[in-house]
Write a protein that binds this ligand. Structure first.
Ligand SMILES: O=C(O)C(=O)C[C@]1(C(=O)O)C=C[C@@H](O)C=C1
Length: 290
């Protein structure tokens, strides 16, 4: 059975990978920190790691992208999109008003992952402006902290699965400010993984580092894709972390890496003096609500 490393039980990553596998058996190995999730597969303890890389509200999860690029050399094997449905979680008896309704003015602290907190800003400002916001390594870690500290007026933002896992109550459901709040996840690993449904698309992620002081270099790179009518779904610059002002471009191309057109485009870009690194060529799955 495939072993899959991911954030703690009840995290959005956990809900998301259960959705992707759709009943296919797998052994989950949970870690508190995303760096340990990455390293488990790099060190061969697991076959795949679940990495959230992009969110509708927060954009790129830069820390995770940087790990993919700088710290590990492990191909992306599949990407999929999953809605981040966040809830306010706690011990209902701590926040009950005399008439039985929920009194959120009693909340002193709210724990969560910073990306999840950012998705619920308007709700938090309206419902519990007095609450201090505390950062946890994942949404489920926030829920666990609340469970372990009863009677302090603490609450967490997390998934329904997280509330169930830690035996807490959902105080308010679906508190994200925008309904179209999705997160893009990837599985990194040495081998392709079989998913029991047809993919929506195939994508290749590449990193391009431009030669220094060559006028129009980015334009030339983009032309190599444009005249071949290769569709780019994302382009983003990130610092190389080697020298101030040095950036690489992270580019997603809607084609297979070994297709004639993309192979030729990458060859042309290299001939221009750029460095090209393929991070993965993989199937992608859209979210279909059941
Ligand atoms: O904390 C979790 O539950 C995670 O799975 C992590 C993560 C992220 O890092 O982006 C994933 C999706 C959510 O929208 C918020 C947090």
């Amino acid at each position: 059975m495939k072993k899959i490393a991911l954030l703690p039980s009840g995290s959005v990553s956990h809900e998301a990978v259960l959705y992707l596998l759709n009943g296919e058996p797998a052994e989950f190995v949970h870690f508190k920190l995303i760096s340990d999730v990455f390293m488990a597969t790099v060190e061969g303890k697991t076959d795949y790691s679940v990495i959230p890389i992009e969110n509708t509200i927060e954009g790129s999860v830069s820390l995770h992208m940087d790990w993919l690029v700088n710290e590990v050399d492990m191909p992306m094997q599949v990407e999929w999109v999953y809605p981040s449905i966040q809830n306010l979680i706690g011990n209902a008896s701590e926040f009950q008003a005399a008439d039985g309704s929920m009194d959120f003015s009693k909340i002193t602290k709210i724990w969560s992952h910073q990306v999840a907190t950012a998705q619920c800003r308007q709700f938090l400002a309206a419902a519990a402006p007095q609450a201090e916001l505390e950062q946890a390594g994942s949404t489920s870690e926030g829920v666990k902290i609340v469970k372990e500290n009863p009677g302090k007026g603490w609450a967490a933002i997390g998934t329904a699965l997280g509330a169930k896992t830690h035996g807490l109550d959902v105080l308010a459901e679906r508190i994200t400010d925008h309904d179209n709040n999705f997160t893009r996840f990837v599985l990194i690993g040495r081998e392709p993984i079989r998913i029991p449904r047809a993919p929506e698309h195939v994508k290749t992620s590449i990193l391009v580092t431009l030669p220094e002081d060559v006028p129009g270099a980015l334009h030339q790179v983009l032309s190599a894709f444009a005249w071949r009518r290769l569709n780019l779904s994302r382009i983003e610059s990130r610092p190389t972390k080697k020298r101030l002002g040095n950036y690489y471009f992270y580019i997603d191309v809607m084609a297979e890496a070994d297709s004639v057109l993309l192979t030729a485009a990458m060859g042309e870009i290299e001939a221009l003096g750029c460095l090209v690194r393929v991070l993965g060529s993989y199937p992608g799955y859209a979210y279909e609500s059941k």
